[in-house]
Ligand binder design. Sequence first.
Ligand SMILES: *[C@@H]1O[C@H](CO)[C@@H](O)[C@H](O)[C@H]1NC(C)=O
Length: 335
Amino acid sequence: MVQLQLQLQLPSLFLASFFSAPAASFSAGPRRRLHRRPTSSSAAAAEMDAANPSTAMYPLHRCKTIYLVRHAQGIHNVEGEKDHSAYMSPAYFDAHLTPLGWKQVDCLHEHVKNCGLAEKVELVITSPLLRTMQTAVGVFGGGDCIDGVGSPLMVKNAGHSDRPAISSLNRPPFLAVEACREHLGVHPCDKRRSITEYRTLFPAIDFSLIENDEDVLWEPNVREANASVAARGMKFIDWLWTREEKEIAIVSHSGFLYHTLSMYSKESHPTIREEVGKHFANCELRSIVLVDTRSVLCPYVSMACFAFLMQWLVSMLQCAWVKSPQLQLSWKDSS
Ligand SMILES: *[C@@H]1O[C@H](CO)[C@@H](O)[C@H](O)[C@H]1NC(C)=O
């Protein structure tokens, strides 16, 4: 099981949201606690702090940072936000970004460049739909292409973008992964094109993990349920541990991000739940810390099991050695 921490922009507002920890452990921030603590009963306070620590510690090598991004405004969002039934329109099949969407992409591109995130990200994972791939290459891609240098992340004017080609020069690998797609089915905007078609538009994106050229996951009459999206999201997050990269950008969709984060924050303090429980705006970025609790807990679990087994074995042996002479004795006594 993976745990998530929400990292706010200001370090002083850092909040832990370990969902397996009791909610009581979040009752007071460390600073307020310092002011509150009476000096006369410092021993009692220390005891209380030990029982209810407000900080969780994990070795850094068991953590990853993920940068979750929802795609920028797509043509389907404009009408769909006014009237939800617009999402049913075939005109929005595999919706591409609007001019405003590209402006949002440019803003986030500048932001990730200026704050150093662009250099930190080692891998960009994107849902294989036009709007997410346009957002991914626009935000985390290089500048304009220089002729003959590497294959571009996006060719000129891909998906009505009215943009020059985007370079892959000095950029991390871009990987398309179906597991982070939006709710599957029914809405044409959530249906993808063939991988063959995408490869010509996004030559430097790696599509090798996608099994089917055509979109076999999208069904016209069945909309994927919230719980199923959340389960898929948790599986996807667990899959991230198979990757070596520590800093991973993930460009996905509103429903996918919302239901996945909501599932992880279910047991968290209400403050965290409220923060996580907001839908992402178009092109919003949230930084999240993942903690691999399997590798933290498993050795202890198996050691506990081992200790229990040894105890059981010893008691069985004791039974064999101690009880049988007693039985013999009592048998002798009664004779
Ligand atoms: C699924 O989640 C959305 C929020 O994204 C909510 O509006 C909707 O009612 C949920 N559907 C069901 C069937 O619970």
